[in-house]
Design a protein around this ligand. Structure first.
Ligand code: SF4
Length: 568
């Protein structure tokens, strides 16, 4: 085993996590694509061949975490990757994994998306770590992403718990120089033989839960002493005013430091006391130490007010807490060096104001994301729209609004919600379209249509379809099969299109109520006729629109061209 520094590389935060995991002796990585976490697995897949480890996409985040649990049970080190909302899907095994006797390390790298650049919510993964009573590391730059990814494996084995590595969009997708360490050997196969630690039967689970509570004290001692949990309350080159305390975490630490020179100048050369937090459980004693003489505490944390909310239970009421809860820092969206200045009592930066005034750029028209020109989903939506319009035309006007419903799902096809299609009426979470169409149908919506992509269907739509099969719900599931996970950069779908029919029929859908149609503009009339017949059928039907995603086709043709070139 070697831990020597070997080289420096310019890495995305996600790539830094991937290489940190590889160098920590990773044996297997599993995940489901989701921006901004996707590049972790893509980087791992590039290195899997030479690195002698497994790296695979899974059907969903839950199956990914369960596969990683199996690797840990066998004594080897495993990583799971997902975006923040994916952790909801994996929440069941996560909460229970905390009670297991993790053998080989289990690290869960989750990328949050504050500002919802490509997500349906702004939820915060640090809550999950606290909820599951496990350790969490929160890097604030690419070097820390690498170092903490490596360290997370050791921490997981030390405390025998999963460790959550919390990333965020700006860190995942920005590139910086990272000093890499040496390669640790993989663990040998050494399956756990302690069934009490791996079978959550109530008697064992109670025992293990008590053990987990017991571990909190040691984990807290670890986080309190962690080098990223840096307390600055005096002793440096500048005097410190301990009546004002600043607590930062993750990227919030960077934005604070960008403003520090101005803050010191505004306070006549005196710094506030400060605690940066990068390792959890929350270092409560460090917070108390920071605030011994504080009158006010400013909290700068990217995401939800996880630390800020806990402070009320830690600090006396006499200390004023400033942050997201009193709107001194924006409650929603991302932090940046400018929007944290008011909380620090600083005026807007003059150079930024001057640049804004000099540019005097008029507000630009909004440019919402759209389906690619010629995308098969566009043709499918036009077909659905036509079929629904024809059905609506047969109904009295007052019945129309509640007689038809189109629920949709997460993927490129969500862009059909906007003009010129404007077809979907709901988009909630992975797989929800099918369950919602079923519920709407049960409530009396006569023509309920669920629109879902092939990958989303496999991820979590399939169970909703089983419910609909069991009840023979009068509804139509439209699967948009473009043979790829398009929205996250064209990862392969877990099962090829050729297996979709067998799968759907295997669930119990009647063969005569299953149709595969080509998603082509010139076939709109013909397809709308068949789709209308299925929507009007008073039972369950499934219609699959098939055509390859244009972006996937481009990538495929390029790869085929390169292969041909290599052969010549
Ligand atoms: S990437 Fe593919 S599926 Fe997504 S909008 Fe473009 S063509 Fe359509």
């Amino acid at each position: 085993m070697s831990n020597q520094t070997t080289e420096t590389s310019a890495l995305l935060g996600d790539e830094a996590v991937a290489l940190g995991a590889v160098h920590a002796g990773l044996s297997a990585a599993y995940g489901y694509p989701g921006t901004p976490s996707t590049e972790i697995m893509e980087c791992l897949m590039e290195h899997a061949g030479t690195g002698g480890f497994t790296a695979a996409w899974c059907t969903n985040e839950k199956t990914a975490l369960e596969a990683a649990l199996g690797t840990s049970f066998a004594g080897k080190r495993a990583l799971v990757t997902m975006k923040h909302v994916g952790l909801n899907v994996a929440a069941d095994p996560l909460m229970n994994a905390a009670l297991l006797g993790i053998k080989g390390a289990l690290v869960i790298a989750v990328a949050d998306d504050p500002g919802m650049h490509s997500s349906q919510s702004e939820q915060e993964s640090r809550f999950y770590a606290a909820f599951a009573l496990i350790a969490c590391l929160e890097p604030r730059h690419q070097q820390e992403a690498y170092d903490m990814a490596r360290e997370a494996f050791d921490v997981s084995e030390r405390f025998s718990v999963p460790v959550l590595l919390r990333m965020a969009t700006r860190l995942s997708h920005a590139r910086a120089a990272v000093r890499l360490g040496g390669q640790r050997n993989q663990n040998a196969l050494d399956k756990s033989t302690d069934k009490t630690k791996w079978m959550l039967l109530p008697a064992y689970a109670r025992q293990n839960y008590a053990g987990l509570i017991e571990k909190q004290r040691d984990m807290l001692a670890w986080s309190t002493a962690h080098k990223s949990n840096l307390l600055e309350s005096g002793g440096g080159s500048l005097p410190v005013d301990t009546s004002l305390a600043v607590i930062t975490s993750g990227l919030g630490g960077n934005y604070y430091e960008e403003n520090l020179a101005d803050l010191i100048a505004a306070r006549m050369g005196i710094k506030p006391a400060r605690l940066h937090i990068g390792a959890y459980p929350l270092p409560v004693e460090s917070i108390r130490q920071l605030c011994v003489t504080a009158k006010r505490v400013i909290v700068l944390e990217e995401g939800q007010p996880v630390i800020e909310e806990r402070l009320r239970g830690i600090l006396p009421q006499s200390i004023t807490i400033t942050g997201k809860l009193d709107n001194a820092v924006p409650r929603a969206g991302e932090l940046d060096p400018d929007n944290v200045r008011p909380a620090l009592g600083l005026a807007p930066r003059k150079n930024i104001l001057a640049a804004q005034q000099a540019l005097a750029v008029p507000p630009l028209p909004g440019r919402p994301p759209q389906l690619c020109q010629g995308c098969p989903h566009g043709d499918s939506y036009n077909t659905i729209k036509q079929a629904m319009a024809e059905i609506a035309a047969t109904l009295p006007e007052q019945e129309r609004p509640s007689a038809l419903a189109v629920t949709s799902d997460i993927g490129c096809y969500a862009l059909g919600a906007g003009p010129p299609y404007s077809v979907p009426e709901t988009i909630v979470c992975m797989g929800a379209s099918i369950g919602m169409a079923r519920g709407a149908s049960d409530a009396g919506v006569r023509y309920a249509v669920a629109v879902i992509g092939d990958s989303t269907f496999l991820h979590s739509g399939i169970t909703g379809l089983i419910d609909a099969v069991a009840a023979d719900t009068p509804m139509t599931v439209v699967i948009l099969d473009n043979s790829i996970v398009a929205m996250t950069g064209c990862q392969e779908t877990i099962l090829p299109s050729s297996q979709l029919r067998g799968l759907v029929l295997g669930l119990g859908v009647k063969p005569e109520r299953y149709a595969e149609l080509e998603a082509k503009k010139q076939m709109t009339d013909e397809n709308a006729k068949r789709l209308r017949a299925e929507i009007e059928y008073p039972g369950l039907s499934v219609v699959v629109f098939k055509r390859e995603c244009l972006e996937a086709a481009r990538k495929r043709l390029r790869a085929e061209g390169e292969k041909k070139g290599e052969k010549k």
